[in-house]
Design a protein around this ligand. Structure first.
Ligand SMILES: *Cc1c(COP(=O)(O)O)cnc(C)c1O
Length: 409
């Protein structure tokens, strides 16, 4: 494998690497080319045009009319920004244990001095909106200041219904802020910051937005902005108000990730050219074909929520006694295919197939072909024919298919 920075393991790689982890995702050529320009003066007029354009354009991707703040940071930084701008030491926060990422966000909140109540979960289901409603209804003194949930739990491949969480909060008549992690869903799964009444949406560049890692986002409601006035958690770099003041003119208080913003400009154009509804249905179609393949192999999908299967990735449970990491190593060494590893308590027990970002039917079939061959080489008990089943699924749902049924003889 040849690494892009020139180091080489195992000699020359012909063809493309298949980066089928659920983030970072494959960066399309259009975006790579858009970033391949000299860095400009971030206080000059050319930057101002770029800044204004991306700050306006990104709102359409969050489906919001409100401000979106862009930090030079991975998604984790934007998690921190969401908490420190709105909350005070000792504030109670309600979170839901959907998987590894929800657990990390909870740990961060506790380190910051917040008091988290964690609704337990089995890492195979999405957020239980009824449990949130019950907790909030019982919170007579309105101690909870925020409800924080992960939209698409990337460690498990389960997506939660954010509109239902909103309804749960409303039915309880509770004033808590709603904060949502969309780091692996923005730009691949339908997400509506305004329509769903979300106060802070956290996102990152390297998943659905098809960019390299390095920038992350907070979309914020008027209520969240109002909360900054009382919020006493210490913040400096992450302060929204300083950002918003500079952003009003298209600028940033400190040096922005200029070349990533060139890429963001292109990513927004690509998503809007395809049309967000088409982007979302493309991801659903590929997810469906992936699940068809997994079932064809006779393997188990981690997600147990019939309505919660993630359009962005599928986590596959290894049969007992078989190592997911051994399978992933075989896929990488033989087929130049990277699959996602099991995270946290799922380490070595599941592998994750990323099918988000810059992706089409044939990249999916290449990915699934690599998985099926690796299952064989790793001696994992499975049925053959998962890829064929995925082909049948894709052919049957092809957007411009003539009305014929495509069946093997
Ligand atoms: C990737 C991811 C994160 C972590 O983001 P970083 O960019 O690695 O800091 C958090 N939450 C979810 C849901 C993710 O998919």
């Amino acid at each position: 494998m040849k690494l892009s920075h020139g180091l080489s393991l195992n000699g020359h790689p012909s063809g493309r690497h298949f980066l089928q982890i659920p983030g970072p995702t494959n960066v399309p050529d259009r975006i790579l080319r858009a970033m391949d320009y000299p860095t400009i003066d971030h206080r000059g007029p050319e930057f101002q045009q770029l800044g204004k354009s991306v700050l306006a354009g990104i709102r359409r991707i969050f489906q919001t009319e409100g401000p979106v703040i862009i930090f030079p940071a991975s998604g984790t930084g934007a998690w921190e920004a969401a908490l420190v701008n709105t909350l005070s030491p000792g504030d109670a926060v309600l979170m839901c244990e959907t998987g590894h990422f929800a657990t990390l966000w909870k740990r961060m909140a506790e380190r910051l001095g917040l008091v988290v109540e964690f609704i337990p979960g089995d890492w195979r289901h999405g957020v239980d909106a009824a449990a949130i409603e019950a907790r909030l209804a019982a919170d007579r003194d309105r101690r909870f200041r925020a409800v924080c949930v992960v939209h698409n739990e990337t460690s498990t491949g389960v997506t939660s219904r954010i509109d239902e969480v909103r309804h749960a909060i409303d039915r309880a008549g509770h004033p808590a802020l709603l904060m949502v992690d969309t780091i692996s869903s923005l730009g691949s799964i339908d997400y509506r910051h305004d329509a769903w009444g979300v106060d802070v949406t956290v996102a990152g560049s390297q998943k659905g937005l098809m960019l390299p890692p390095g920038i992350s986002f907070n979309a914020i409601s008027a209520k969240a902005l109002g909360a900054t006035k009382q919020a006493r958690l210490p913040r400096s770099y992450w302060d929204w108000n300083e950002m918003l003041a500079a952003n009003a003119n298209g600028f940033f208080p400190s040096t922005p990730a200029t070349n990533l913003l060139y890429g963001l400009h292109e990513a927004i154009a690509m998503l809007l050219e395809e049309g967000l509804p088409n982007v979302f249905s493309r991801h659903q179609r590929h997810a469906e074909a992936t699940r068809t393949a997994v079932r064809g192999w006779g393997l188990e999908i981690l997600c147990r929520d019939p309505d919660g299967h993630s359009p962005a990735l599928t986590a596959v449970v290894m049969p007992d006694g078989h190592s997911a990491d051994a399978l992933r190593r075989i896929a990488l060494e033989n087929f130049n295919l990277s699959l996602g590893q099991g995270l946290g308590k799922l380490a070595d027990r599941v592998f994750r197939i990323g099918h988000l970002g810059d992706f089409n039917d044939l990249t999916l079939l290449g990915t699934l072909g690599g998985v099926e061959m690796a299952l064989c080489l790793a001696d994992v008990p499975h049925r053959r024919g998962g890829v064929q089943a995925a082909m049948d699924s894709l052919a049957a749902s092809a957007p411009k298919a003539p009305r014929v049924e495509c069946r093997s003889a």
